[in-house]
Design a protein around this ligand. Structure first.
Ligand code: PAF
Length: 279
């Protein structure tokens, strides 16, 4: 496994690959868990080589505190990557990526960016668009893998690739869950014991929503979700929304042939958790 911190070195290595070598890419912010490893395993199956980036991207954090507290576990990450036979790891610094201008570019994702997360995390998707586009330019992957836990991010990246005619296939991968249903996330390691114990309720509620969808209307389902959280004071609901999978527009009526998903964001103490389920 080769590890590069410099853009020039990783680019040189990629340019030196035999013509026709297919490159699978998994961008990450480190603090790797089984969910990331499953993306890498899938990328290994579908490509000749796999590149993983580890970069905690400052421009996608709207709270400085979150950026500072984001878990950083580079040594463990590197040994996990070795264990799944990752070929190349790219670990740039913020200086390497942004030089002296740590700001994002402004994107138009046809409104996808204004829904759900966009209402609560100002500038977040501009930050994501900026870094993912830059990483695609550096790594030039044929396929790139993203988890469906960040479903809105996945749709936004698909949109960015089409709008900017970037020749990469975006692959969305199913959410990886702990045994008790909690969606895997690097943030889970920061939960207190008490919050970790109650956090699986988020997925239990989403499953209930899936059962009720089609029999109850969207407002009644929202009521149901709000009541569940009222009974669990350790979890604070930030938003719950049922939206069209492609447009991310909130549901009005169930239209035939359209796919819907329920999305949720919850605070467990200071830690913000998101999850979603296809309906
Ligand atoms: O999902 C993430 O970990 C990040 O948003 C990504 C895609 C690596 C960009 O920094």
């Amino acid at each position: 496994m080769l590890v590069f911190a410099k853009i020039k070195s990783v680019q040189q290595k990629i340019k030196s690959l035999k013509k026709g070598t297919s490159i699978g890419f998994v961008p990450t912010m480190g603090a790797l868990h089984e969910g990331h490893l499953s993306l890498i395993k899938q990328a290994k199956k579908e490509n000749d080589i796999v590149v993983v980036s580890i970069f905690v991207n400052p421009t996608q954090f709207n709270k400085q505190e979150d950026l500072i507290n984001y878990p950083k576990t580079i040594d463990v990450d590197l040994s996990l990557l070795k264990s799944v036979f990752c070929d190349i790891v790219f670990t740039p610094t913020a200086q390497e990526i942004y030089r002296n201008n740590i700001t994002s570019k402004s994107f138009n994702f046809d409104g996808l960016e204004h829904q759900m997360e966009g209402k609560f995390r100002d500038g977040h998707f501009d930050g994501v668009g900026t870094i993912v586009k830059r990483l695609f330019e550096i790594v030039t992957p044929h396929k790139a893998y993203f988890g469906e836990k960040d479903f809105q991010q996945l749709q936004i990246i698909k949109k960015m690739v089409v709008k900017n005619q970037i020749p990469v296939k975006i692959i969305g991968c199913e959410i990886f869950r702990e045994k008790d249903g909690l969606a895997m996330s690097s943030r889970n390691s920061r939960l207190t014991k008490e919050h970790r114990k109650v956090a699986p309720l988020i997925y239990k509620i989403l499953q209930k929503v899936k059962t009720e969808f089609g029999t109850k209307n969207a407002l009644d389902i929202l009521d149901l979700v709000e009541n569940e959280f009222k009974n669990q004071p350790l979890l604070e609901l930030e938003y719950f929304e049922i939206a069209n999978e492609d447009t991310l527009q909130p549901i009005k009526n169930i239209e035939p042939k359209q796919k819907y998903r329920a999305f949720i964001a919850v605070f467990a103490g200071k830690i913000r958790l998101i999850d979603n389920i296809s309906l």
